[in-house]
Design a protein around this ligand. Sequence first.
Ligand code: GRF
Length: 216
Amino acid sequence: MAVPAKVRVAILISGRGSNMVALVEAARDPAFPAEIVLVLSNDSGAEGLSRAAAAGIPTKALDHRSYPDRATFDAAIDAALREAGAELVCLAGFMRILTDGFVEGWAGRMLNIHPSLLPLFKGTHTHAQALAAGVRLHGCTVHFVVPELDAGPIVAQAAVPVRQGDDPDSLAARVIVQERRLYPAALALVAGGKARLDAGRVVIDAVPSEGVLFSL
Ligand code: GRF
C-alpha cells in the first residue's frame, strides 16, 4: 500500500523553541503525518534556530528590523515559506503580529499555540492573568490563526491545576509540559486530516488522547 505523503510544515519561532523541538521530535516517527521542512525566526540569535539546525532541520532568520513595515516583512516570510514548499505553518512562540493579508493567505493552514485556555487570557503574561483571575484550571490551546489575535477555531486544549502558592513561573512550567504534548497531537490531527474546519469550528474525527481535551 502506498504511504501517504507527509504534509510539509514550517515552524515560526522567536525564542527558545521548546514547542518547535517537540514538533520536530514527533515528526521523526514514520507514522507522523507531517514533516518539518523549515524553522524560521525573526531573530537570528533565537536559541531555537540552533536547536533546529542541530536536529538537521533547514533554518532561516529574517530580522524584522531590516524591513520598512510589517507588510514587507510578512511578504518575505511568505516567500520563504513558499520556497520551502510549506503546506502548513505552525507558530510556536513567534512574537510578531502578522498582517491580516498574510494570515488570510494561510487561512485554514496556520496553527498557533497559546498558553491559556482560550478564550480566557489572550495576549501576553497569560500565567499572571490566570493567577490574578483566581482560576483553578489553566492550560494551553492550539487553534487556527485568524486575523484577530489569539482567536480562531480551537483544535485542542490541555488543562493543568492552579496550585496554592503558584507564581507565574511555576504555573508556566506546568503549562509548558502540556504544550509540548498538545502541539504534536494537534498537528497530527490537522495534518492527518482528522481535524477539519466546518463553519468556523473544528470538527474532529478521532479518539482523544488521555489528558488532551479536544473540542468534541
Ligand atoms: C510558549 O509558552 C508559547 O505558548 C508561547 O511562548 C512560549 C514559547 O516557548 N506563545 P518555546 O519557545 O516553544 O519554548
